[in-house]
Write a protein that binds this ligand. Structure first.
Ligand code: SAM
Ligand code: SF4
Length: 446
């Protein structure tokens, strides 16, 4: 039996899809990349931005008709759109067998069996206290050396523009014992790098009596022998504590890289977004981070064209980009999410203006990224090999601790994914670096 999974959206969804595949593998299924050969097609949706329904219904329009050619084929939709629409999705898309919500992931195998037995559509979208599926391990990623580990789900922040608290439910921290056991297993299976995942990892454990705080969890994870690199996402700036900042100074295997979503540079816009920090308090934290871990690479999320964002407000966002000098930004046009507070805010910014602001952000960031990458030329970097380069030509690819991609010719060595090699950076490209592998004495110890 074969499962085909199509994933939209963020890392959390990618990790959830990994969990689904794992659940079915444990039952003897295999994964296929061809929907036409599948016995089960799962679409794992995201509704954070844009028009997710359009994309979903167009996919269903392709997959449901396959049932005529493959009797017994089951089609299922999970993730945020499934959570929002519930069984109404099946009214809009007759032939859709299963709708499963964000807390029902672990029940998909059971739902598939029930559909095959009872030949009727099923929809399960209840929220539970502990979301189902959190304890399912997705296992190592495609490269075999890095893995994503979900440590919490849901969010209590209710930023005025954001749908996540409504579709993922309240914040829930997974017990630390399970997290640590999962990472120990991953490391025993050859994983060298983990990415801890949650909507706001900084508040991990704070609402569960007796649970570890996030900085303490990080220390425990960092002490697992053989784990070379730790990353985490996402960090809410308002909850970035001094203790967490200190962990960057203290823990060698905590990578010097942090995704710290700014969203906007104007205090008035931040206030209306309900973010709980000002530009000045954000900058203060950036300064502390840079003192704790000089050279730390920062990335961020930016929303342009939030209701009421004036040209002067937007100018503040550009000013912050110049001041912080992020490695990379993920910038989005504000997109109205029905049911959120901001959906009722006046003074929407015209689409053309949003587009123009987005392109100004990109333009500025391209220059900053180019300058940051150019400054790497000549430096010696420790690179964790991820596999052969996508550019081909016999080159290999890996990432620096700051998460910058480096491609390099292998010289006489046959590197393996998971090797930590010393590379001299020789060239900066638009989004990556090229380097020369250092060997013997020139490599020093890494
Ligand atoms: N929890 C994270 C945080 O607090 O920053 C972010 C999670 S959200 C899934 C990822 C990003 O999507 C946000 O940082 C924000 O920039 C963007 N986003 C969320 N809602 C949006 C909306 N309505 N329109 C445009 N972008 C949005
Ligand atoms: Fe959405 Fe804000 Fe929660 Fe992030 S912190 S998931 S942006 S509500």
């Amino acid at each position: 039996m074969k499962i085909y999974v199509e994933t939209y959206g963020c890392q959390m969804n990618v990790s959830d899809s990994g969990k689904l595949v794992r659940l079915f593998r444990e039952r003897g299924w295999s994964q296929t990349a061809e929907p036409g050969r599948a016995d089960l097609i799962v679409i794992n949706t995201c509704s954070v931005r844009e028009k997710p329904e359009l994309k979903l219904f167009s996919a269903l329009g392709r997959y449901i008709p396959l049932k005529k050619r493959r009797p017994g084929l089951v089609v299922a939709v999970g993730g945020c759109v499934a959570q929002q629409w519930g069984e109404k999705l099946q009214e809009r898309a007759p032939g859709l067998d299963i709708v499963f919500g964000t807390h029902q992931l672990d029940r998909l195998p059971e739902l598939v069996e029930a559909v095959c037995r009872e030949h009727r559509p099923l929809a399960e979208t209840d929220f539970k206290r502990a979301p189902g599926g959190l304890e399912v391990a997705a296992g190592p990623g495609a490269d075999g050396i890095s893995a994503m580990v979900t440590i919490m789900q849901g969010c209590d922040n209710f930023c005025s523009y954001c749908i996540v608290p409504y579709v993922r439910g309240r914040e829930y921290s997974r017990p630390s014992a399970g997290i640590i056991a999962e990472i120990e297993e991953l490391v025993a299976a050859g994983v060298k790098e983990v990415m801890l995942l949650g909507q706001n990892v900084n508040s991990y454990g704070l609402k569960t009596p007796g649970e570890l705080s996030f900085p303490v969890l990080l220390r425990r994870v960092a002490a697992i022998p053989g784990l070379r690199r730790i990353r985490f996402t996402t960090s809410h700036p308002k909850d970035l504590s001094d203790e967490l900042i200190a962990a960057f100074a203290e823990l060698d295997n905590l990578c010097p890289a942090l995704h710290l979503p700014l969203q906007a540079g104007s205090d008035a816009v931040l206030e209306r977004m309900g973010r709980g920090y000002t530009a000045a308090s954000y900058l203060e934290k950036v300064e502390k981070l840079r003192r704790a871990r000089p050279g730390i690479a920062l990335t961020t999320d930016i929303i342009v064209g939030f209701p009421g964002e004036s040209e002067a407000d937007f100018g503040e966002t550009l000013r912050l980009l110049e001041e912080v000098r992020y490695d990379q930004i993920f910038s989005f046009k504000y997109s109205v999410r029905p049911g959120t507070r901001a959906a009722a805010f006046p003074d929407g910014v015209p689409e053309e203006e949003k587009k123009e602001r987005l392109s100004r952000c990109h333009h500025l960031q391209d220059r900053i990224t180019a300058e940051i990458l150019a400054a790497e030329v000549g430096r010696r970097r420790e690179v964790l090999v991820t596999g052969p380069s996508r550019r081909g030509g016999g080159e290999w690819s890996g990432r620096t601790p700051e998460n910058r991609i480096v491609n390099f010719p292998a010289r006489d060595l046959e590197p393996a994914p998971g090797d930590l090699l010393s590379v001299r950076i020789t060239e900066a490209l638009k989004h990556s670096l090229r380097g020369k592998l250092l060997m013997g004495m020139e490599a020093d110890a890494v």
